[in-house]
Design a protein around this ligand. Structure first.
Ligand code: ADP
Ligand code: MG
Length: 259
């Protein structure tokens, strides 16, 4: 069921970003967003990133997700220096190792929930049977089994958001980058999704960076940070909720975690 990778001790940091500087524009118009930011995260940890609007949270996710490059600094993901990779390798690395739950990543309107999740898996060259198994498990894990043949127009905002979450989970990336993943969800659903993230982090050693404004997120993560003046300030106390046993009706989250 829950399979763990062996030789955990030797595992490199999931995220190792050091002295990252990201400035937009130049001269008088330069906006210094990240100012020597350092973030180190072990594999399998959940991290919450807080900070006011405009503080650079999305900028940071884009850099860690190999979608953007810093002006200076180093960024390694799972021991790989993503800034030294050529474009092809870099985009392959991103496609196979990093999952994005970004609000701007819209669903394809003419595709059903199933097809939207499946599309992401096609890029991984998985066989149809394996893809179907993963898509079903992921949709079930986010509570959308009954909606798999519906197109986005027939789903509520929260349901669409859960399709986007399922799409990222089905890829089983090493690192998951989520920008306000629970923003449009009611409290109970948000709790469920965060518990699901915890279960996946624990079972698959997936690392989660979760940008949020929701104080509840901090209760589900291993460490929370505040992005302030271009640097990360760790929050001293982060109450960590124990991993709750997965209730019967949530069995699917077990399936999604099975290697
Ligand atoms: P957050 O996600 O915390 O709201 P962002 O990372 O989106 O913050 O933005 C941080 C700052 O950088 C903002 O002042 C924003 O206007 C600026 N910014 C973000 N992306 C760009 C860009 N592509 N070009 C110029 N300025 C940008
Ligand atoms: Mg943002």
């Amino acid at each position: 069921m829950f399979r763990r990778r062996k030789n955990d001790e030797a595992a490199p940091l999931a995220v190792d970003a050091r002295n990252v500087v990201r400035t937009y524009g130049a001269g008088d118009n330069a906006v210094r967003v990240l100012r020597g930011l350092t973030l180190q995260v072990e594999a399998g940890k959940l991290i919450a990133l807080y900070g006011p609007s405009g503080s650079g949270k999305t900028t940071l996710l884009n850099l860690v997700g190999a979608l953007d490059r810093p002006n200076t600094g180093q960024i390694s993901i799972a021991g790989k220096d993503i800034l030294r990779m050529g474009d092809r390798r870099r985009s392959r690395f991103r496609r196979t190792q990093i999952g994005f739950i970004f609000q701007s990543y819209a669903l394809i309107p003419t595709y059903t929930a199933f097809e939207n999740v499946d599309l992401a898996l096609r890029l991984l060259n998985l066989g149809y049977g394996e893809r179907r198994r993963r898509v079903r498990a992921a949709l079930e894990a986010v509570g959308l089994s009954a909606w798999s043949s519906h197109v986005p127009d027939e789903l509520s905002g929260g349901q669409r958001q859960r399709v986007a979450i399922a799409r990222a989970l089905a890829m089983r990336p090493r690192l998951m980058l989520a920008d306000e993943p629970t923003g449009g969800l009611d409290t109970r659903t948000a709790q469920r999704i965060l518990s699901l993230f915890r279960g996946i982090a624990h079972a698959q050693r997936t690392t989660f960076l979760i940008v949020s404004h929701d104080p509840m997120v901090a209760e589900h993560v291993d460490q929370a940070y505040d992005l302030h003046d271009g640097q990360l300030i760790p929050r001293v106390t982060t109450p960590t909720t124990p991993i709750t046993p997965i209730p019967e009706s949530n069995e699917a989250s077990v399936h999604v975690e099975t290697a």
